[in-house]
Design a protein around this ligand. Structure first.
Ligand SMILES: Cc1cc2nc3c(=O)[nH]c(=O)nc-3n(C[C@H](O)[C@H](O)[C@H](O)COP(=O)(O)O)c2cc1C
Length: 316
């Protein structure tokens, strides 16, 4: 139970800025790493494998040994025709951290381990966590209820405690964290890293449009709708965005996807038009540069940790 040595470089806070489709690009990754947290992006945020390779060149050129490490997200599934080509580029660039979604495949893990990289895998249930642990991954990302994107349904207390019964590797907790106190709480629960998505949408460097960020500023947890109707797999979206797309959040289909028009690939249209966010939106009301946000998170994290230590002493 610890942060792997290679990821400790330049780390000022145990935080990973989570990969987000159409939101995270080189600017956000570089900003995160230079501020002392791990920056990541989905390979599919570039339209081609060549473009993905160029982004990796850009990120590597901007970062030095004093900066935190970076990572990429690969969707390991037969619906992603690019996965093998993107993996080859990942190996070529020796990407320090690879975050796999959907498939925890031993061949992918072996390929990344071959150059000394690490693999963290996204899970939402204990069964998926067991399968990923068997595939030899270096960390399990527990995506809990209320997270942005394809969230799980489990409470972080329930999932983390059950996973710890059979897994003593690195645990990364995901879902609804927006403040330094939230990150400190994740550490208290026994996580090694906090995995923050929605909070990083609202930074100057994210690729999200201004209206998306504004909607997050104004939204509350009660506005978040968990539905499979947009992307086919249950995910969290802001009701304001569903309504803006002519959809009634109260009468979404439970088994089929809504028709979002034909002009774009459905999955791209889904995430481009209908804006996803986690229940942590209620604590977000600004769009600072990443450096400013991370400095604030660090201050809040330190204050919360020492306030708790004092409270504990006082109570004891
Ligand atoms: C807009 C959006 C897009 C996302 N896209 C991806 C993705 O492409 N790959 C992935 O592994 N996770 C994706 N996620 C999930 C995040 O990586 C992370 O698990 C989640 O945002 C954490 O919860 P939080 O948003 O409450 O902090 C996405 C989340 C959001 C909000």
């Amino acid at each position: 139970m610890a942060i792997p040595a290679t990821l400790q470089q330049g780390l000022k806070l145990p935080v990973i800025a989570a990969p987000m489709f159409l939101v995270s690009g080189p600017e956000l990754v570089i900003g995160a790493c230079k501020s002392g947290v791990i920056g990541t992006f989905p390979a599919l945020n570039q339209r081609t494998t060549e473009g993905y390779s160029q982004w990796l060149d850009e990120i590597k050129a901007a970062l030095g040994p004093e900066d935190a490490q970076y990572g990429v997200n690969l969707i390991v599934h037969n619906t992603n025709p690019r996965v093998m080509a993107d993996l080859a580029v990942t190996v070529e660039h020796k990407v320090p951290l690879v975050i796999t979604s959907l498939g925890a495949v031993k061949d992918v893990v072996d390929a990344v381990h071959g150059y000394g990289g690490l693999v963290f895998h996204d899970v939402t249930t204990v069964r998926h966590a067991q399968k990923a642990a068997q595939a030899g991954v270096d960390g399990l990302i527990l995506v809990c209820a209320g997270a942005g994107g394809h969230a799980g349904t489990w409470s972080p207390f329930a999932l983390l405690n059950e996973v710890r019964q059979f897994y003593d590797g690195c645990i990364i907790l995901s879902g609804c964290m927006s403040s330094g106190r939230d990150i400190a709480t994740a550490m208290m629960l026994g996580a090694d890293f906090a995995y923050l998505g929605t909070r990083f949408i609202n930074t100057a460097e994210s690729m999200a449009p201004g209206e998306y960020k504004q909607m997050i500023d104004e939204a509350h947890a009660a506005d978040i709708v968990y539905t499979p109707a947009i992307s086919g797999i249950p995910a969290n979206f802001m009701s304001q965005s569903l309504i803006a797309n002519g959809l009634d959040p109260k009468s979404l289909p439970e088994k089929t996807k809504v028709d979002l028009g034909k002009e774009l690939d459905h999955e791209v249209k889904a995430w481009k038009a209908v804006w996803s966010a986690g229940q942590g939106v209620g604590s977000i009301d600004d769009q600072p540069p990443v450096a400013e946000l991370v400095a604030r998170l660090k201050r809040e994290f330190d204050e919360a940790s020492s306030a708790y230590a004092k409270k504990w002493v006082a109570a004891g």
